[in-house]
Ligand binder design. Sequence first.
Ligand SMILES: *[C@@H]1O[C@H](CO)[C@@H](O)[C@H](O)[C@H]1NC(C)=O
Ligand SMILES: *[C@@H]1O[C@H](CO)[C@@H](O)[C@H](O)[C@H]1NC(C)=O
Ligand SMILES: *[C@@H]1O[C@H](CO)[C@@H](O)[C@H](O)[C@H]1NC(C)=O
Length: 290
Amino acid sequence: MWMTNFLSTLVTIATLRSIHAEYYVGLPDIITPAPEFFPSPYNVTFRTGELATLSCSINNLGTKTVVWRRMGNSFPLTSGTLTVVADKRLQVAHVDFKPKWDLLIKDVKTKDAGDYECQIASKDRTVRRRITLNVVDPMVEMPEIRITEPQYVERGEQVILQCNATGEYYAPEEMDWFRNGQKLVSHSRKGIKITKQFSIPQRRFASVLEIERVSMEDDGTYVCRSSNTQITSTKVIVLNAETSHMKRGTELDNSASLQSDPNSSANPARLSALCVLVIHILAEFCVGIR
Ligand SMILES: *[C@@H]1O[C@H](CO)[C@@H](O)[C@H](O)[C@H]1NC(C)=O
Ligand SMILES: *[C@@H]1O[C@H](CO)[C@@H](O)[C@H](O)[C@H]1NC(C)=O
Ligand SMILES: *[C@@H]1O[C@H](CO)[C@@H](O)[C@H](O)[C@H]1NC(C)=O
């Protein structure tokens, strides 16, 4: 009679084992098959201040103990559900009879980044699983949008405007350019090129607006808007080199900058025109001495 009971128990155990590993805690080693890890991510990334979770779930643990270690440290961080190190931020998330032995790190810091190991300690061998914890500092990846400084250019020159946007959780999906309220696309007119690029891990979207040879009609306010509704703007001030230094005083220059910028002495438009003049003189001088 006890024999049949024992056999039927074995059969039940064998059936149950394939269904729910957690029922096996406490069974003798002879019956319990080797522990094995459930699949879980090997490489996880959290932002500083978050609750970092390093997953470790084990099938057929039996009576063995789960130990978390930081690679390179001889002492364990945790043993079973006990936190061994004096760091209140560390905790093992385990519920009795469940296979989960996750390591939780509250308020995770960049110094916590590194390789960790979830180990099963037993007398004959140690089974281990390594997890890499990456910690990113949101201070360096705050949501923001940046655009090139205002550009003062001569007619016919090339202009390159860059706009970079970082999303809070995800990279923006799209970015649009406008000049004086009108949307620009590549080839809106000949010589306009817009390129876009985004990086998912960096949550960044970057776009470059290139104007091959500026003309007076390219003068204006350029707005860059990301799909995350971030918005910023800059100006392109197109100078007409000839009119700005030859007809000064006799005719109003069509450059918007000359009217809007009261600081005439430091006016970049005039400085720029002056530069052109100086370059011309130098060029002639250099040709002369050859
Ligand atoms: C782990 O993830 C981080 C962040 O996504 C990445 O930079 C790194 O290359 C990954 N490492 C491995 C070994 O896959
Ligand atoms: C945009 O990002 C690129 C690449 O990181 C950088 O070279 C450029 O200076 C950035 N532009 C602006 C306006 O922030
Ligand atoms: C004019 O110059 C002053 C001092 O140099 C500066 O504070 C001010 O912002 C300038 N104004 C403009 C429109 O550039």
